[in-house]
Ligand binder design. Structure first.
Ligand SMILES: C[S@@+](CC[C@H](N)C(=O)[O-])C[C@H]1O[C@@H](n2cnc3c(N)ncnc32)[C@H](O)[C@@H]1O
Length: 329
């Protein structure tokens, strides 16, 4: 693929004169024809009555919270070890085992780590995110790595601005716990995935014990108000099935979190840091067994578990059914 620049979904190397901050400012709403003939099929859902080109109204309180949480801290996600070098990154690529011809959509791309991990192995990747400054970071990283087959656009996981069956692979890593309606997001992923294509996900998973799951979800939401709900493995199996997807691979990875880095990424107040520390070290037994808080030297650590799922869209799609829902809208 040749290298070129498009203002909407921008592939190729951005012009040198744009600075890092400005790279976050290209959105669907600015240009509609930018995707041109080549990408027109993927963008036909941009124009919906009552919406700006390509943008669903983003008036939901929770989505504002997401943008408020991530916007000011976008750069921290570019360097965050968990995001930039987490084990799930390479493992997702291994599990999907791309052949080189795939069109990939990375949903909630953040600073683009997953999109950029797939880019060298596929035809091209589109990264989508709700938060503009995150897209600026992603474009910057793509440029740094000299990747010309990655493009980024602003959008909502629950209202994807792409035509049905546009992508062979749809990825979403460490983000579904921010979506208010994860069942809807999964239906959207299934919709834009081509028959026979794959949806590959990684997200923090909760214990099956519902009280422990609630405790840890509340602990997460105290640090990050844009955390909506993280699901258990059995919830995920049900959600994928409800979206008409066939689970082909499931793995868990335990990751060690440095407490100080974790709170610093979102610059939480000193009072909240203290409250989080209390909740971590005084967690009830089932939550404590999962979080495994400990102090090593001067530093506090705990664990989170990531679930990885690769699910296939059937050649003939199945009817979607309602999935589990734990947190009311
Ligand atoms: C932790 S970051 C994602 C990390 C990234 N996927 C990676 O592999 O490094 C979470 C991202 O989800 C995005 N996000 C949250 N809700 C979203 C939604 N409804 N639609 C699109 N992006 C969303 C946030 O803006 C943020 O950039």
């Amino acid at each position: 693929m040749g290298s070129f620049w498009l203002p909407a979904i921008s592939f190729g190397h951005p012009p040198k004169k744009l600075n890092r901050k400005k790279w976050g400012q290209s959105t669907f709403s600015e240009v509609d024809g930018g995707a041109g003939k080549r990408y027109a099929p993927f963008c036909e859902r941009r124009r919906r009555p009552g919406c700006l080109k390509g943008e669903e109204p983003m008036d939901s309180t929770h989505k504002n919270r997401v943008q408020a949480s991530f916007g000011p801290h976008a750069r921290a996600y570019t360097t965050s070890a968990v995001h930039a070098r987490g084990t799930s990154l390479a493992r997702l690529v291994q599990l999907v085992a791309p052949q080189g011809h795939e069109r990939v959509l990375d949903i909630a791309t953040g600073a683009g780590h997953t999109a950029l991990a797939f880019a060298p192995h596929v035809a091209y990747v589109v990264g989508l995110d709700l938060t503009r400054p995150m897209l600026g970071e992603a474009r910057w990283l793509a440029h740094q790595r000299g990747l010309g087959n990655v493009g980024f656009c602003q959008g909502d996981a629950e209202h994807l601005p792409f035509a049905d069956a546009s992508f062979a692979v749809v990825t979403c890593r460490i983000a579904p716990h921010h979506f208010p309606d994860v069942a809807r997001a999964l239906r959207e992923m299934a919709r834009v995935c081509a028959p026979g294509g794959r949806v590959a996900l990684a997200d923090n998973v909760m214990p099956e014990d519902t009280a422990a799951a609630a405790y840890i979800n509340d602990f997460e939401a105290l640090r990050d108000p844009s955390h909506h709900w993280a699901y258990s493995l059995s919830d995920w199996r049900q959600l994928l099935q409800a979206a008409g997807l066939i689970l082909e691979a499931e793995e868990v990875l335990v990751k060690t979190m440095n407490f100080a880095d974790w709170v610093a990424r979102l610059a939480v107040s000193r009072e909240v840091v203290e409250e989080l520390r209390q909740r971590l070290f005084n967690a009830p037994a089932a939550s404590r067994a999962y979080l495994r808080p400990r102090v090593e030297g001067q530093e506090a650590y705990f664990e989170l578990t990531e679930g990885l799922f690769v699910a296939r869209k059937a050649e003939r799609s199945r009817a979607a059914a309602p999935g589990p829902r734990h947190r009311p809208e």
